[in-house]
Write a protein that binds this ligand. Structure first.
Ligand SMILES: Nc1ncnc2c1ncn2[C@@H]1O[C@H](COP(=O)(O)OP(=O)(O)O)[C@@H](O)[C@H]1O
Ligand SMILES: [Mg+2]
Length: 230
């Protein structure tokens, strides 16, 4: 079967991963607070929405109003995309956790089916993991979630605040097909933003850590420049 790609819609980045993520794959977006994980994820959904692929943004921490507010400075006309049913913002509140504990996957799958969702963001993995009370059930729960979503052919981004460069690998890194790491690192008296494709199955991806910027258009990556200046 030929490999189908799903663009991320981040200028400079798609060309570093042979045109996009593997369609139907699950991918981790890791990085510290403020490194741009949520922005990258929403940019991916906006890219899909304008190409006719519906998206769903799942948060366990922020409600729909907060989510919409976070992304309102960007020139994506997110309101329109949400009103038009092209992007679904889904909040799973702590009050509902007890209900979802029994079947945490089902409410998500209902939306995926109903709206023919092709791109999914889970922000964040730790938000999902607190639904479970043991390492074992956490692992099974996450695996079940990713496998069920894949059945619908959806391409998934899942965020994590774990520092993949220093922390020992966690089961989630082995479950996913790809991992992108974002940096917001101190360089002298200021911070610089960088991005790295750590792993991506079946993809000849770049090995460079590349600089990136965030502005009103979202994230732009500079693949011909180096993050660490000599
Ligand atoms: N319009 C903007 N222009 C430049 N930088 C921005 C803009 N909006 C947000 N940012 C930067 O993006 C950061 C938030 O990115 P976000 O994706 O929410 O981070 P994360 O999800 O990794 O915590 C902010 O802390 C700020 O530095
Ligand atoms: Mg975030």
């Amino acid at each position: 079967m030929p490999i189908e790609r799903c663009t991320l819609g981040v200028s400079g980045l798609d060309q570093c991963i042979e045109g996009g993520l593997l369609r139907g794959s699950s991918n981790l977006v890791a990085g510290g607070p403020g490194s741009g994980k949520s922005i990258l994820c929403m940019q991916f959904l906006v890219d899909g929405a304008v190409k006719g692929e519906n998206g769903m943004y799942v948060s366990f921490e922020e409600d729909e109003t907060q989510m919409a507010q976070n992304f309102s400075p960007f020139g994506w006309e997110l309101d329109k995309l949400v009103k038009g049913g092209k992007i679904m913002l889904k909040y799973f509140s702590p009050e509902h956790v007890a209900t979802y504990l029994k079947a945490p996957v089902d409410p998500l799958l209902d939306t995926v089916r109903q709206y023919n969702v092709k791109r999914i963001v889970i922000d964040s993995a730790s938000g999902y993991e607190i639904l479970f009370d043991s390492d074992y059930s956490r692992r099974v729960g996450l695996l079940k979630l990713l496998e069920s979503l894949k059945k619908y052919g959806a391409t998934i981004l899942i965020t994590s605040e774990r520092d993949l460069s220093t922390e020992a690998p966690n089961f989630i890194e082995f479950l996913v097909n790809g991992a992108i790491v974002l940096y917001n690192t101190r360089q002298g008296s200021q911070r610089g933003r960088g991005i790295e494709v750590l792993k991506m199955r079946a993809t000849n991806h770049t090995q460079k850590i590349m600089p990136m910027k965030i502005d009103k258009k979202g994230i732009t990556v500079y693949p011909d420049e180096l993050f660490f200046q000599a």
